[in-house]
Design a protein around this ligand. Structure first.
Ligand SMILES: Nc1ncnc2c1ncn2[C@@H]1O[C@H](COP(=O)(O)OP(=O)(O)O)[C@@H](O)[C@H]1O
Ligand SMILES: [Mg+2]
Length: 321
């Protein structure tokens, strides 16, 4: 296990800057999630940690060792990709042990490591199969197992669940969380899915346009977003923004903070979306779209509303006020 420290890590590809100086201190055993929309630089940052890219500026420390320019194999990290990248002609057992084979570990050592990882991931009955004889979820578990057997100091995950269907993604999410609890290894996990990020992370790094917009615990980032981007990206259902409500700022409202049925404002109910226990209420407030959430959906027509909490953002910079 180890700490990870990024100092001013930036990356350009030719003239194109894709990552602006990122500072991040990951403590031993912490689960950090890099989250943001497609193309924001998540994989690039993770690849700089893995050694698959060398940063244009800044340093990467694992433990107290500077690995900024070290070869990937020389960093004691293991990476799990979205594409499982298993060897199709090898059994599950051999796929999982292959890195140790390359490292010339004795057979009994490899067998023990594979058996232990297989038990943890419930892969024991599948060890003699080929990847083609496995489901998508099983293949992804083998890819994770292959990382586990190396006992790395840091696990790196790049959207490992994105190829799985929705229900399997939920199951695997819980399994990953359990695995982390059990192993206590430092993890850096990339996803574009803010719900996955919120549920897995001890700490989030919200990236947009190559810039770390905010770093904090899921609740901190959700409750006190640093700017309009973070406020709109984190939280489900999403915050709605009112441009005309306030002269001096853009106002953001989370659906759970809309009080329906009483308050100083009048909105017109537009569409109601039942979600089971609760419903989302889409409204028109003076020509602007607003979403509320309630257990008692209102009748169509005009309705009194109020807000239990609002957020305000600078009109030009988007910074939280
Ligand atoms: N090898 C490369 N050469 C040029 N541009 C790249 C390269 N790798 C990534 N990029 C660009 O860097 C930006 C960030 O990419 P990436 O880190 O893969 O984003 P994400 O993982 O968040 O979707 C994108 O605009 C992408 O096109
Ligand atoms: Mg990516």
């Amino acid at each position: 296990m180890a700490t990870l420290k990024l100092t001013g890590v930036a990356k350009s590809f030719g003239p194109t800057r894709v990552l602006e100086r990122v500072d991040l201190d990951v403590s031993d055993g912490e689960f950090v999630v890099l989250v943001g929309p497609s193309g924001c630089g998540k994989s690039t940052l993770l690849r700089c940690i893995a050694g698959l890219e060398i940063p244009t500026e800044g340093t990467v420390l694992i433990g107290d060792r500077d690995v900024t320019n070290a070869h990937p194999r020389d960093r004691d990290v293991a990476m799990v990709f979205q594409s499982y990248a298993l060897y199709p002609h090898m059994s599950v057992r051999r796929n999982m042990g292959f890195a140790l084979e390359i490292a010339k570990k004795p057979k009994s050592f490899i067998d023990d490591a594979v058996d232990e990882a297989a038990r943890m991931l419930e892969l024991t009955p599948l060890l003699d199969r080929k990847p083609s004889q496995l489901s998508g979820g099983q293949r992804q578990r083998v890819a994770i197992g292959r990382a586990i057997v190396r006992k790395p100091k840091v696990f790196l995950f790049d959207e490992p669940l994105s190829n799985l269907d929705a229900s399997l993604r939920l199951t695997m999410r819980v399994e990953l969380k359990r695995l982390h609890k059990r192993m206590g290894t430092t993890m850096v996990y990339v996803t574009h899915d803010q719900i996955e990020a919120m549920t897995l992370a001890d700490r989030l790094v919200v990236l947009d346009g190559g810039v770390a917009q905010q770093i904090g615990s899921p609740m901190e980032v959700h409750d006190t977003p640093a700017n309009r981007f973070v406020a709109g990206f984190i939280g489900s259902p999403a915050m709605t923004f009112l441009e005309k409500f306030d002269d001096s700022a853009v106002v953001g409202v989370r659906p759970q903070h809309v009080i329906l049925g009483e308050g100083p404002h009048t909105a017109r109910v537009d569409v109601i979306e039942p979600l089971g226990t609760e419903s989302l209420v889409h409204m028109d407030l003076n020509g602007e779209h607003l979403v509320g959430r309630t257990e008692k959906p209102p009748l169509p027509g005009d309705i009194k509303i109020g807000f239990s909490r609002i957020y305000r953002f600078d009109r030009s910079s988007g910074e939280a006020l």
